[in-house]
Design a protein around this ligand. Structure first.
Ligand code: ZN
Length: 209
């Protein structure tokens, strides 16, 4: 018989942090119909992540589950948990990961899927992203083809990102946006910044029509 896996309890502060980002994203219409998921690192080997099928605007402590980064996933976790786990494993500095199904991310990730990235050029908002200090920059947000096999998808994404992505986020084609940061505040700033940039890019394309 296998030994029961010991998983850390999720501190109230972590649960509160995840509930807050859920309310924030839901308030902006970025996680419709129970979509999206949010996670935070608990320690070097564990994270807390939202369960599948819950309203992300009303996340309670029981809607979260602790997951080991180096063990098979427990039942009831979000189907996209492998994408979170792979990112945390790839970079020990990541403390929080957020994922949304916004209109701008969904539309642009489809429109530019063949090219493999959305190009964002010359926006002041670039400075919201870690490591970028000027608007005189071109940000290329990678796009990966969507896949219901999220274990295989996570492997493909991490191989392509190569451990040190220039942007703290990526798109899944026709699906949505992943963003991350050292803390939940960083992850939220990156999410909000990239969402703003994507919305601007989408509006500019509509103007050009
Ligand atoms: Zn999703």
């Amino acid at each position: 018989m296998r030994m029961a896996l010991h998983l850390p309890t999720i501190p109230d502060e972590v649960a509160g942090d995840i509930a807050a980002i859920g309310r924030f994203a839901a308030g902006r219409g970025w996680v419709p119909a129970t979509s999206g998921n949010f996670s935070r690192r608990l320690d070097s080997g564990h994270i807390a992540i939202t369960r599948s099928g819950i309203d992300k605007g009303a996340i309670g402590a029981r809607d979260l589950i602790a997951v080991a980064l180096d063990a098979p996933l427990p039942a009831g976790v979000s189907a996209e948990t492998p994408l979170h786990v792979a990112r945390y494993r790839a970079d020990a500095r990541i403390g929080a990961i957020v994922h949304v199904h916004s209109v701008a991310a969904t539309v642009l990730s489809r429109a530019d899927a063949a090219r493999g990235y959305v190009e964002l050029d010359g926006f002041e908002m670039h400075k919201a992203l870690a490591g970028i200090t000027t608007h005189e920059s071109t940000v290329r947000l990678p796009i990966f083809a969507n896949d219901q096999d999220t274990h295989a998808l996570a492997e493909r994404i991490e191989a392509a990102l190569g451990g040190e992505p220039s942007v703290p986020g990526y798109l899944l084609a026709g699906h949505g946006l992943y963003a991350w940061g050292a803390t939940m505040d960083d992850a939220r700033r990156h999410l909000e910044g990239v969402e703003f940039l994507l919305t601007c890019a989408l509006e500019e394309r509509r103007l050009r029509r």
